[in-house]
Design a protein. Structure first.
Length: 297
């Protein structure tokens, strides 16, 4: 079996369609289909089956993808080692982060990595936690987040490493009836106008958890994923919000600690199981661990 064809099979598993693989690899759909057919002949078993108008992996295809991950990882490590022996660059490390982590973590990470001579190509992408593995075909490391009560991702093709717990606080405008307090009980927030993020993101998950505790459905007036915009709306008196502690920047809002309840988001580092065996990727992961120790939840 050729490694090139195994890569195409893995791309199909990751991207879900022949057309998407063709776009990613700059091939024609017919070329992708042909290579997958050749791989099936080489393996002696059907790897794809019809699924409506498209195709999907068979059980044998999914099993071969797991082995393809191992083979491709070994080849990539060999290429890295040969590049190191030649004294040439092993390339850059592709990192995806959710936007507020990009603002918090990326500047320090780039500084740390610059000292080690490693280049990072960073992208901010606002996806829900279950969607994080979808980024792995195009990124070596994905920094994502979830409500601390939510279960971690579980897949034989994905490794999840918890990095940091960030408390979530209440922010209110100056002059609010609670603004003179340092802490606030959940029951005191039952009759408020809330500004929240879109559903499926950790802050909204926490708000729903508070609703369960109080038995009162929150009155959400706006849903905005940009924390800077949320802070501006709160400062102008258009509602209150839950925000991650280290994301609060606007000096015009008042931050209150929730009492009697644990509310936080968990930072998780997501990558392929063998990714950290590549020196450059491992160094960036170590850099992330070093950077997040600056904060504690």
């Amino acid at each position: 079996m050729e490694v090139r064809r195994l890569r195409i099979l893995r791309e199909f598993s990751d991207r879900g369609s022949v057309g998407a693989v063709a776009d990613a690899l700059k091939l024609t759909p017919s070329a992708v289909s042909q290579q997958l057919k050749v791989l099936a002949r080489e393996s002696g078993i059907a790897l794809l089956e019809q699924d409506g108008r498209g195709v999907r992996l068979t059980d044998a295809g999914r099993a071969l993808v797991l082995r393809a991950d191992e083979v491709i990882a070994a080849v990539d490590r060999a290429q890295d080692e040969m590049a190191s022996r030649r004294g040439t660059s092993v390339g850059s490390v592709r990192v995806a982060m959710f936007p507020s982590a990009t603002a918090l973590v990326l500047p320090r990470l780039l500084t740390v990595m610059r000292e080690g001579g490693i280049e990072i190509v960073a992208t901010d992408i606002d996806l829900t936690y279950p969607e994080a593995p979808d980024l792995l075909p195009d990124h070596d490391l994905v920094l994502t987040h979830r409500d601390e009560r939510a279960p971690a991702l579980a897949s034989p093709r994905v490794t999840v490493e918890p990095l940091m717990r960030e408390p979530i606080d209440v922010v209110v405008p100056p002059g609010h009836r609670l603004a003179d307090q340092r802490t606030v009980a959940v029951d005191d927030l039952a009759d408020e106008d809330w500004i929240s993020v879109r559903g499926g993101f950790p802050v909204d998950d926490v708000l729903l958890s508070l609703a369960t505790v109080t038995g009162v459905q929150p009155r959400i007036t706006h849903r905005i994923n940009d924390f800077t915009a949320i802070e501006a709306l709160v400062a102008a008196g258009h509602g209150i919000a839950l925000l991650p502690r280290f994301a609060v920047r606007n000096p015009e809002v008042v931050r209150l600690v929730l009492s009697g309840v644990r509310a936080a988001r968990q930072y998780d580092l997501v990558h392929r199981p063998d990714a950290l065996r590549r020196p450059a990727i491992r160094s960036v992961a170590e850099g992330l661990r070093e950077v997040v120790t600056t904060w504690s939840g």
